[in-house]
Design a protein around this ligand. Structure first.
Ligand SMILES: [Fe+2]
Ligand SMILES: [Fe+2]
Length: 357
């Protein structure tokens, strides 16, 4: 699939601002409803978590060492143009996701008075701002830094009710953890494949994401109505949307995966398995990823997305017809996956989990 070449900062900004089915989104929500969130049923676990944020064990982590720039200068000339383009796309989309969290958590923090929600959002915005800044520095090495003020102003915002924010951000924090730790472990085993120093930062980094996910897990578990009845249908929907989006997007970056010694299918299977295992802390229904129809269905969605893209590149009436056909195939494929019987498990008494992957 076509990948921008990232020749100028405008290319990076356009990639960050793009609103496609696959690009990371910015969110806004109902702040008054956020203000009414009650975490008191899990007070002890909540307070222990806020203590961890307060302790801020990563306060010194997101700083560049002099060796960082040297390593970039040594390794970048060894990249193929395709790897460079895919890696820049990875940095921009990671930056956009991190900054999306930063903007949302910061807006909630500014618009609520509930002290529990306000404190949590302040800490998470602090972490995401560091993550976004650190990624942006790596883009600046290539003259591709994204103006985050402009991005905040220009990007389209999607409105989600608080409960959808909780399902979506819980999953994106946990899948973010799973993605970063899987890359970190792979490059720990194969340091010769570490083609950029930023991957060395991923271990402590992903612990922030894990904790952000824990925060949403506590909010959801403190409000059991969000985890039962018709809401379980939404929970299944969000799991499938998050997994399918990642699956299609990662297959657009074959060189990036190959450089790290990954096959995108195997990498995504591992990431989905980790995320599914973690999400049993909060979701009473999880997708049956071990069913043969599950990954076969994701492959069907991938083919539909690739067909749609070919139609777009072709253009004209035939191109548009092809796009429409593949879009229908995509919707049908998604629906087939959605109706696969999920796994149902009772929720564990203890909500918090350790990042042990
Ligand atoms: Fe983050
Ligand atoms: Fe996060």
């Amino acid at each position: 699939m076509s990948q921008p070449t990232f020749a100028t900062p405008d290319d990076a900004a356009a990639h960050a601002e793009a609103s496609t089915l696959l690009s990371p989104r910015f969110y806004t929500t109902d702040f008054a409803a956020m203000d009414r969130i009650d975490v008191s049923p899990l007070r002890a676990e909540w307070d222990a978590m806020l203590q961890e944020y307060e302790g801020d064990n990563n306060h010194d982590h997101f700083q560049r060492t002099p060796a960082f720039a040297d390593e970039v200068a040594r390794l970048a000339p060894t990249w193929s143009p395709e790897l460079r383009a895919e890696f820049m796309a990875f940095l921009v989309s990671s930056l956009t996701s991190e900054f999306s969290g930063c903007v949302l958590y910061n807006e909630i923090q500014k618009n609520v008075s509930n002290p529990d929600v306000k404190r949590l959002m302040r800490y998470m915005a602090r972490d995401e701002s560091r993550h976004a800044g650190f990624l942006n520095q790596s883009l600046k090495d290539f003259g591709l830094g994204v103006d985050l003020g402009n991005l905040k102003r220009n990007k389209a915002y999607t409105y989600f009710k608080p409960k959808y924010i909780f399902y979506a951000t819980y999953l994106s924090e946990k899948i973010g953890y799973a993605r970063y730790i899987t890359i970190f472990r792979q490059l720990e085993r194969h340091p010769e494949l570490r083609f950029h120093p930023i991957f060395r930062w991923f271990e402590r980094w992903c612990n922030d994401e894990f904790r952000h996910g824990e925060s949403f897990a506590l909010i959801l578990r403190a409000n059991p109505s969000l985890l039962s009845g018709v809401n379980t249908l939404w929970i299944r929907f969000f799991q499938l949307a998050v997994y399918a989006t990642m699956y299609v997007r990662d297959h657009q970056r074959p060189q990036l995966n190959a450089a790290m010694g990954f096959d995108p299918t195997a990498y995504d299977r591992e990431v989905i398995r980790i995320t599914r295992d973690i999400s049993t802390q909060v979701f009473p229904v999880t997708l049956d990823i071990d069913h043969p129809a599950f990954f076969a269905g994701l492959d069907r969605l991938l083919r539909a997305a690739q067909g749609f893209e070919r139609g777009r590149e072709r253009g004209g009436v035939m191109g548009r017809l092809a796009q429409a056909g593949w879009a229908l195939a995509g919707v049908a494929g998604f629906a087939r996956l959605y109706v696969l019987a999920p796994r149902r498990r009772p929720l564990p008494a203890q909500v918090r989990m350790a990042p042990s992957w």
